[in-house]
Design a protein around this ligand. Structure first.
Ligand code: CA
Length: 235
């Protein structure tokens, strides 16, 4: 099921979202709220079609259900997308399925919403994510250097020893926060507020998952210390 062909000339205030969800009742409800919030919504009910819609339409954000029929579940779609794109991804997970949530974040999802959820809440979080990615156009700042790592916040590019290191949007924002505030210890909650935004109410383990990813990608070149009883400090 897709709405890809309808209203091609309508201007959408907030951009295009691809929604990959096989439960048509949830999909319809989310669709109504997101359209109402000013988004163009393209729907797919399986992973393959979702990837195709994303490739063809270059949306601003993707909402991915984890449990999907067919060859690719939501986590696999997420992984596939992250090979070539830092598009914001919100995953929909079953209630209390913490493993799915953590795997999703490790695969590069930016946020997650637990079912059952209020569509209004999902729309609000989508808007918050997109607002943050707009704010990222910070011309005239940086680039910031830590050791052999260079973080260019204008180009949104990380290099290490001259080689580009692929980052998700959220990993990039967290790294940028650290390198802009070298020597300062932050609690996980402070990092959530600074990088995820104060409207974000996920748990603090989200920060740990992203720190782990930064350490994995940048290795010992990243002087990121765990400050016991507090949180993290760069340098
Ligand atoms: Ca499902």
């Amino acid at each position: 099921m897709t709405n890809a062909m309808d209203k091609p000339n309508v201007r959408y205030e907030h951009g295009t979202i691809v929604l990959v969800e096989d439960d048509i009742h949830i999909a319809e409800l989310v669709d109504i709220y997101l359209r109402d919030a000013g988004f163009r919504v393209l729907q797919a009910t399986d992973g393959e079609r979702g990837l195709e819609l994303i490739r063809l339409n270059q949306p601003d954000l993707v909402i991915l259900d984890i449990g999907l029929p067919g060859e690719l579940d939501g986590l696999e779609v997420c992984k596939e997308l992250r090979k070539s794109s830092e598009i914001p991804i919100v995953i929909l997970t079953a209630r209390d399925d913490e493993i799915d949530r953590i795997i999703g974040l490790e695969l590069g999802a930016d946020d997650y919403v637990t079912k059952p959820f209020a569509p209004r809440e999902l729309a609000a979080r989508v808007k918050a994510i997109l607002r943050r990615s707009e704010k990222k156009e910070r011309v005239g700042e940086g680039p910031f250097r830590v050791g052999d790592i260079v973080v260019d916040v204008v180009r949104r590019e990380v290099t290490q020893g001259g080689e580009i290191v692929q980052m998700t949007a959220r990993e990039f924002d967290l790294l940028a926060h650290f390198v802009e505030h070298v020597g300062i210890a932050y609690t996980r909650q402070q990092l959530l507020d600074a990088v995820w935004g104060s409207g974000w109410y996920g748990d603090e383990r989200t920060v740990d998952v992203h720190v782990r990813q930064l350490r994995r990608k940048l290795g010992d070149g990243l002087p990121l210390a765990t400050v016991w009883g507090v949180g993290y400090r760069c340098g």
